[in-house]
Design a protein. Structure first.
Length: 356
């Protein structure tokens, strides 16, 4: 990676990434290479371009989105997308094949970039199968498609390493960061640009003048000072290693309490991000009717019991993303309280006749 372009939010940063990709291909004399492929259940923001890249229907309905140059491919959602008994290797290959088929159907000469979160956050905390990004990147290289890593959630330590790209062996051309950069205390986002892309931008600037893009608050000195202070704290207090350690304990406790729970179809996540997905039947998995709003009911009961969690959109799942400084005692309290809430809602569903 070579240069950094600053913004205010992950949404505006992903809009900037698309403009960088388009500019890149225009300079190279490839004006038709403009389509961006994202993934179903991906989350990339709520501005016009970013909301279209987001693969959640609620962000498209009544907004005339996505824009016509956006496409979506399969999410790495094992519970619903993998065949029973499918290995990680086979599932990763299926997902890479789905992407390749889409690129070929659209025409490789029209596809500019693929944007992906290392772990899909708002879409369900979806962890890719082993080997996924290796296979996907082979497809991208085959058709000269850039890779944008959306690290708004995973950047700066949440997965127990500084970047999710390191965890999953991604080699992105562009990286989007935001939340962890300042820990949310002051708005700041950034597009991290590879030397490969930067050199083309420089060549384009020689012909057309400076890259014509920027925000009033780009590189605001207050935000930059907060970011430096925040990153010093994360580094000096060893919070990335602590996130890994606390994350291991979190997932041990989640699996101990929920792996065999009749209401839970899947426990997933990595380090300090996790999720539970709730199902009407476990084997084979059967979803609840959306109108029952099972995850929302569990979230509401958790709040009544003193734990803040989040019902994720487009799925009956709740997420865990505690601060890096959480203690093991607090994790224990959190998991035990959520278990109580899940048990109580399961009992309610049985009494309603909607859960066996």
């Amino acid at each position: 990676m070579s240069k950094v372009f600053y913004g205010c939010t992950g949404s505006d940063a992903n809009d900037t990434q698309v403009k960088l990709v388009w500019y890149f291909n225009n300079v190279l004399g490839r004006p038709e290479k403009k389509k961006i492929i994202a993934r179903l259940r991906g989350y990339h923001g709520v501005t016009v371009m970013a909301a279209g890249l987001t693969g959640l229907p609620g962000l498209h309905a009544n907004f005339d989105l996505p824009l016509p140059m956006i496409r979506h491919t399969t999410a790495p959602h094992r519970l619903w997308e993998a065949e029973p008994g499918m290995s990680d290797e086979a599932f990763a290959q299926k997902l890479a094949d789905d992407l390749e088929r889409l690129i070929l159907a659209e025409g490789p000469e029209t596809v500019a970039a693929f944007i992906a979160e290392p772990i899909q956050g708002a879409g369900g905390v979806l962890v890719p199968p082993a080997g996924y990004f290796e296979k996907v990147q082979a497809v991208l290289r085959r058709y000269d498609v850039l890779l944008i890593a959306d690290e708004v959630i995973t950047g700066f330590g949440r997965l127990g390493e500084w970047f999710g790209s390191d965890v999953f062996g991604m080699e992105p051309d562009l990286i989007t960061v935001a939340k962890g950069l300042t820990s949310g205390y002051v708005p700041l986002s950034a597009c991290i640009v590879s030397e490969k892309v930067w050199r083309v931008l420089v060549e384009g600037g020689a012909e057309t003048g400076p890259f014509g893009h920027g925000y009033t608050y780009s590189s605001h000195p207050l935000a930059a000072a907060v970011a430096l202070t925040n990153l010093d704290l994360i580094e000096n207090e060893g919070l990335v290693a602590q996130a890994a350690e606390r994350g291991t304990f979190l997932h041990e406790r989640l699996h101990a309490e929920f792996a065999d729970h009749p209401l839970v179809g899947e426990v997933r996540g990595q380090a300090l991000i996790g999720a539970l997905e709730f199902v009407a039947e476990r084997s084979p998995a059967k979803a609840f009717e959306p109108a029952l709003k099972v995850a929302a009911r569990i979230t509401r009961r958790c709040l009544e019991l003193g734990v803040i969690t989040r019902a994720l959109p487009a799925a009956d799942a709740i997420a865990f993303a505690p601060p890096f400084v959480i203690s093991e005692d607090e994790i224990e309290e959190m998991v035990v309280t959520v278990r109580r809430a899940v048990d109580e809602i399961a009992a309610e569903l049985r009494s309603e006749g909607t859960f066996a």
